[in-house]
Unconditional design. Sequence first.
Length: 404
Amino acid sequence: MLNHLPFSLNESDLQHVNAFSTRLLGASKLKIALVVQGGGQRGIFTAGVFDAFLEAGFDPFELYVGTSAGALNLSSFISRQHQFGYNFIVNYTTDNEFFNLYKYLSKQKPMNLDWALESVAPGGSLQLDFATARLVLRHRTALACATRKDTLQDIYLPMYQSDWQDVLRASCAIPVIYNHPVNLRDLEWVDGGVSAAVPVREAWLRGADLVVVVRTEPVPGHDDDSGVLYDWREKIETVLPEYIERLSLNQSLDKVKAIHSELIQRFEQWKFIRNEKEPEPKVDELAKSIEQSKNSNWRLLSADNIERFLSITGKGKSAEILEMLNRYYRTYDEMNSFLLNPPDDFKVIQIAPERGLKSRALLSDKDDLEIDYREGKVVGRHFVEHFSEILNEMTALKKSRRMI
C-alpha cells in the first residue's frame, strides 16, 4: 500500500490520503502521467473529474494515456473544453443515431461511431478545439490505446495528429457492437480495452514516476461490490436487462438478474471452443424472438441465447470473440495486480467512484448520468484540494507550460 492509493469519497480513506501525501513531500522533478480507463457512458464520471481539474487550472501531467472512451475524455481535457465530455455523453451517446439495440439486433445496424466522431470534428456540431490541444501538446505526449486485431497486442497511437479520427475510432471500436473494420497504418484494430482496459503499465514503461489513474469502476479489492464484469464485455452483457424494460417486454427483471451468475460462468466456458459447432442462426431470428417473447417464456438473456447473440452479431466469428474475451480477462487481472502492487520506483493514485456507478456502458438513463457526473466532479474537487499543491511542486513540467 506504500506506493498505491485509492481515492474516492470514502471517509475511511482520509488517513491513507494524508499518509500518502506526506510521503510525496519533498519530491521534485518527477514525470507525472494521467491514465484514463474507458467504460462507454460511464465515462461521465471521468468527465466530472476532468471538469473539476479544468475549473481549478490543474494539469501537472507530462504524459496522457487513455483507452476507448477514456481517450475521448482525454481529448476534451487536453483541448481545455469544460463540460465537453458531459455534453458528448449525455446528448450524443444517448441519441438513437448513436446506438439502438433493437435496430442492431433486427437490422444489424451497429453503433454509429463514425457519426459521433464527425460531430466532434472541425465544423461538427460539438467540435474539439484542435488549436488549443496542439498548443498544450507542444511539451506533452498524448496516446490512445488500441488493440491490433491480428495479435491482440496493445499499441499506443499519438493523439491529435492528422489521423486523429482514425486513432479514436481504433481505440473505441468495441467488438461486436461496432462491426465495421478499422484499418490504420496497414493494420486492423479493435477497442483498446481488449488488451489494456487501464493502460498504466505503458505509462510506467515510458518513464513515469507517478501516475494518476481515473477509473469508472471502484478499485478492485477496495470495494466489495466491484468485479471484473466491466468495460467492453459489459457493453454486451448489461445493456440487455435495461432494454427489456424499455421495450416493456413481459419479462421479469428479477429473473434476468437471477441468471447473471450463469452468464459469468458461461463467459468462462467460452474460453474453450466447441469441437462441433451448431448451425449458425439467421440474422433476423433474435429480433423475431424479441417480439414473440411478449407472449412466451423465451428468455432473452439465457446462456444459450447470449451465445446465439454473439454468433449473430459476430457474423459467425465466435472464435475471434472468444480470443478477445480471453485476452481481456488475462490483461485485466494482470493490470489490477500491477496497480495494487506497483514497482518500488513507481507510485499510483487511483481516482475512482466509491461504489458502482448508476450509469451503464450503453443505454444509460440521463438522470443516472447526471448523478455519476456530479460524483466525478466532487471527487475531482477533493483530489485537487488534497494534491494540487503537492503535484504542482513535484512535476518536472515547467510552471509556464502546465495550464494553457
